[in-house]
Design a protein around this ligand. Structure first.
Ligand code: SAH
Length: 348
């Protein structure tokens, strides 16, 4: 069976050739598939081709298991059910300049970050490119609005599902399909340095975000087990290479945890780290500060708005661009992994 929504136009061309169909059918099929139209309903195709596609291809669009709309800011959180019954989350965020969808790339996660709800039950499986596209298609269809940007910041570690993620990026960017510009796509990683280097080789003009969260190996190792495999020096070296290769600005995510990583001394260490590593090579860096979302299992609490602003101000004074991110959808469990967990708990 072919996974239709994971196939590129050139793979579809090859398939059409093998089936003795004219080449232009590939473009038609791709265009329909990317709108979430199943083979049986691709009415511009001859009946026989539709039937053959329906017989030989899987077309597993997710279904909406639950949907929560924030009364505060209109953020929509979707819990999607996949063909095998597993659930994942996506969050549609509405900004003045357009809608951005935060998508998941794995069912669960095996990275073990201590503040994160997505990793609590470990990783169940990787998502296919079609299942990442399915989130984009369904969110657009359900909201009736265009998804103009994507952030890979939902459940899972994108660089731990490298090939499927890169294939998804190519597909979602394709002009005959969803057509989302690479510059409107961000990929966030907990810091798999090898994956960052591989991504640099692929050389897509997307924005890379690094979940740094602490400026020293000691502090980072305590909250992010991945730091034992890729310590900060190695991570920063990979970031420097990434910038050298792609010329793209790198963003650092820093979740402020009350009493853990939010002191003035930590801000100073963070600025010194960035200046002496990626910044030293001339790469423009940006720090996104987010007050950690409390997850009941983790016991961590977010820094106050006032202390977060002071942390940002201190970084800026030290020459590091920093902004405190708005918290969207705080009333709809918008922090990744929380809805899936709540749902699993109900079924158990
Ligand atoms: N695995 C990737 C992408 C998914 S997590 C990564 O680690 O970057 C997306 C972002 O949300 C990361 O920066 C992650 O550290 C952050 N995050 C996870 N749990 C959080 C929480 N409870 N509060 C605030 N940010 C959190």
């Amino acid at each position: 069976m072919y996974d239709l929504l994971s196939m590129t136009p050139s793979e579809l061309s090859e398939l059409m050739q093998a089936w003795g169909e004219p080449a232009f059918r590939a473009k038609q099929i791709f265009g329909h598939a990317m709108q979430g139209i199943p083979p049986a309903e691709m009415t511009t195709l001859p009946k026989a081709l539709r039937t053959r596609l329906a017989e030989e291809c899987l077309f597993p669009l997710p279904s909406i298991e639950q949907k929560l709309t924030s009364a505060v800011d209109g953020t929509v959180k979707y819990l999607f059910r996949l063909h095998d019954g597993e659930c994942i989350e996506s969050v549609l965020m509405k900004y003045r300049h357009g809608n951005t969808l935060c998508i998941s790339c794995q069912v669960g996660c095996r990275m073990g970050c201590r503040f994160c709800a997505s990793t609590i039950g470990g990783k169940v499986r990787d998502l296919l490119p079609s299942e990442m596209l399915g989130q984009v298609i369904l969110a657009a269809r359900d909201s009736g609005e265009r998804v103009g940007g994507i952030v890979m910041m939902g459940i899972g570690e994108p660089l731990d599902n490298f090939d499927n993620v890169v294939r998804f990026l190519h597909l979602v960017n394709h002009k005959d399909g969803v057509n989302i510009g690479y510059r409107h796509i961000s990929l966030s990683t907990c810091g798999l340095a090898d994956g960052i280097r591989r991504l640099a080789e692929v050389d897509l003009p997307i924005t890379l975000s690094i979940s740094l969260h602490a400026p020293t190996d000691e502090a980072r190792g305590e909250i992010m087990p991945v730091n034992r495999r890729y310590p900060i020096a190695e991570l920063m070296a990979a970031c420097t290479e990434y910038f050298a290769k792609t010329g793209r600005r790198i963003s650092f995510e820093y979740a402020l945890i009350a009493g853990k990583n939010d002191t003035p001394a930590e801000a100073e260490r963070l600025a010194a780290l960035l200046h002496s590593t990626v910044g030293a090579d001339g790469a423009p860096v940006h720090v996104n500060l987010i007050r950690v979302n409390a997850v009941k299992e983790t016991g961590f609490h977010g820094t106050s708005a006032r202390d977060a602003a002071a942390f940002a101000e201190r970084l800026s004074r030290l020459g590091i661009n920093a902004t405190v991110r708005r918290r969207l959808g705080s009333d709809v469990n918008a922090a990744c992994g929380q809805l899936r967990r709540a749902h699993a708990g109900k079924e158990a």
